[in-house]
Design a protein around this ligand. Structure first.
Ligand code: GLP
Length: 243
């Protein structure tokens, strides 16, 4: 694991955006695994700026997102499809036919999970997977559990996640209770992984993810087993780690 400590959120966004840009320069037809949440917003802003300046070309890139709320259509302002259009897809020359997310409106759980998992494998897997970290150690929407779930699945969100994510909704009651997410195995099959973490409130969980036991109780800890993980975190997020 490569651990990169940066000063603050701005630095984190800059470092991580350069990392993603380098992946596109290296392999223009790459498959990028993308994430939502507050942390990647600055990264996407920088990527859009690089595109505006003519430094980046997304025309051959394919994207697969980690997760989507069940029951939210792509037009819903809190859906991850909407988030991605706002922050990246609508601003750069990505082919809309090559940007993929789980379909939150598919009521057939089994079919949707198989469809998404098969799609990712048929694309050849992610060249680079961007990940944020949930307050309880979740990656994608892989919540703390008794065992790692390998493939794309439907998950019931924990109270902690619903509380953390209610800031985007009018109330906690409006946060969907379930989501489709890539599984731990789907994530681990990515050739490279970039984990981005910001802020003091993630310091303890980041310490557990990086240096604690590998356990499904802290889903992000499984990243210790992957051969090519880069962690970009700011000083506040690294403050519980003795680096
Ligand atoms: C959501 C997403 C995760 C993300 C997490 C952290 O739950 N499903 O993929 O990593 O939020 O988000 P934030 O960056 O806002 O702390």
């Amino acid at each position: 694991m490569q651990l990169i400590k940066v000063k603050d959120y701005e630095d984190l966004s800059c470092r991580a955006a350069n990392f993603l840009a380098a992946q596109i320069w290296m392999k223009p037809c790459c498959v990028l695994g993308l994430a939502t949440g507050s942390t990647p917003v600055g990264i996407y802003r920088r990527l859009c700026r690089m595109y505006d300046k003519g430094e980046l070309d997304f025309s051959s890139v394919t994207t697969v997102n980690l997760d989507e709320y069940k029951g939210l259509c792509p037009e819903h302002a809190q859906s991850y499809a909407y988030f991605m259009r706002q922050h990246l897809f609508g601003q750069v020359n990505l082919d809309p036919d090559r940007t993929f997310l789980p379909d939150g409106m598919n009521p057939d759980e089994e079919k949707e999970c198989t469809r998404y998992e098969t799609l990712i494998q048929e694309l050849g897997g992610q060249d680079l997977q961007l990940l944020g970290l949930g307050h309880n150690g979740h990656i994608g929407f892989n919540e703390p559990a008794e065992q790692f779930i390998p493939l794309t699945h439907l998950v019931s969100l924990s109270k902690r996640t619903i509380t953390a994510n209610k800031r985007f909704f009018a109330s906690a009651e409006e946060v969907p209770g379930q989501a489709y997410t890539m599984g731990i195995g789907t994530i681990l099959k990515a050739r490279k992984i970039l984990l981005v973490v910001s802020g003091k409130e993630k310091a303890d969980i980041l310490q557990q993810v990086l240096f604690g036991p590998v356990t499904p109780a802290v889903p992000g800890s499984v990243l210790q087993l992957h051969a090519d993980v880069t962690v970009v975190a700011d000083e506040a997020a690294f403050s519980a780690c003795s680096l």
